[in-house]
Design a protein around this ligand. Structure first.
Ligand code: FES
Ligand SMILES: [Fe+2]
Length: 328
């Protein structure tokens, strides 16, 4: 079992609600027997997949003399430091020190993180280790009937809170995306939004079906995953907003297709959609990066209007979750 052997890292902790699972990398970025370096939630991590396929993460700093473990290699289920070959297991324990005749020095452990892997994401537990953990966030509607293809990730100098808010913002469509997905969207609108548990739903109250249900409802599941079922039961957009650090994010963007029984078709459509999404996200980033990239949950100098209802709810929910973390 993966466990932290020391309290988890506190860097920038006040900006990310604690006691949550965060999607942090796409599973396909971690090849078997390889280690990568990635900064996540303000922490430099060495993340590796061992020879058996299990993922692990430790601080990317060797406790011997400070080299980056992510420059090393994976050996025997451990990450091996590139400098003097000390090895650390998934719990962060130093298990070998070649210059010591392989006897591992005591008190030379590195901080390990609690991870899970599911839905082709690696998830980081941001909080103290505990005996049992809540379920991973996900969308019950995105079940095994759906498939997606291709890895699409975009990094931008945008705070993760700004990135989330951008995807909860209906009123930007006819302006930022006036040449793409905003064509035909009327600027005047009324926005609905509601929070239930970990899920925030938002919709355009002026765009409803004859039975009164919204034409389209998009959802954030706290803290950092989002869906947009723009293609009804056939096609769903999905984004993980991964904080690299305050003011910088990595967005994993997927388009899930319903399996149609035609080999390769869903994957092919998904790849085409990835290219289209690059254009859409490019339109977003051009404008969103011009906003101040301070965390938004305590902003006092923005004047929200009715169409910002989902954004107001997101900020309120963030304040609640962040204050819980402080007092909890
Ligand atoms: S710095 Fe890592 S083994 Fe020496
Ligand atoms: Fe957008």
């Amino acid at each position: 079992m993966i466990r932290c052997i020391k309290p988890c890292i506190e860097t920038e902790a006040s900006l990310f609600p604690r006691d949550h699972w965060y999607a942090i990398v796409d599973s396909r970025e971690l090849r078997r027997g390889k280690v990568i370096g990635a900064r996540r939630l303000g922490v430099d991590l060495a993340i590796w997949r061992d020879e058996a396929g299990q993922v692990h993460a430790t601080a990317d700093r060797c406790p011997h003399r400070g080299a980056s473990l992510s420059l090393g290699r994976v050996r025997g289920g451990c990450v091996e430091c590139p400098f003097h070959g000390f090895r650390f297991d998934g719990a962060g324990r130093c298990v070998a020190a070649p210059c010591n005749g392989d006897e591992a020095p005591r008190h030379l452990d590195v901080q390990a993180q609690v991870l899970r892997e599911a839905h082709e994401f690696v998830w980081l537990w941001w909080g103290e280790p505990r005996a049992s953990y809540p379920e991973l966030p996900w969308f019950p509607e995105l079940d095994a009937a759906y498939v997606h293809a291709g890895l699409m990730a975009i990094e931008a100098p945008i705070d993760w809170m700004r990135a989330v808010e951008n995807q909860l913002d209906w009123a930007h469509l006819p302006f930022v995306h006036r040449t793409t997905i905003g064509v035909g969207v009327a600027p005047a609108m009324e926005v609905g939004a509601a929070v239930e548990g970990d899920r925030l739903d938002t919709w355009q109250a002026n765009r409803v079906r004859p039975d009164g249900t919204p034409e389209l409802k998009i959802s954030l599941v706290f803290p950092n995953i989002w869906i947009n079922p723009f293609g009804g039961r056939w096609q769903t957009g999905m984004i993980a907003f991964v904080p690299i650090e305050a003011g910088r994010s990595r967005l994993y963007v997927r388009t899930y297709q319903r399996r149609l029984g035609i080999p390769g078709l869903a994957g092919l459509v998904s790849r085409v959609m990835n290219q289209f999404n690059k254009i859409i996200l490019g339109q977003d980033i051009r404008v969103v990066r011009s906003q101040p990239q301070a965390p938004t949950h305590e902003l006092k100098d923005e004047r929200l209007v009715q169409s910002d209802l989902a954004i107001a709810l997101f900020r309120k929910e963030l304040r609640r979750r962040l204050s819980q973390a402080v007092s909890g």
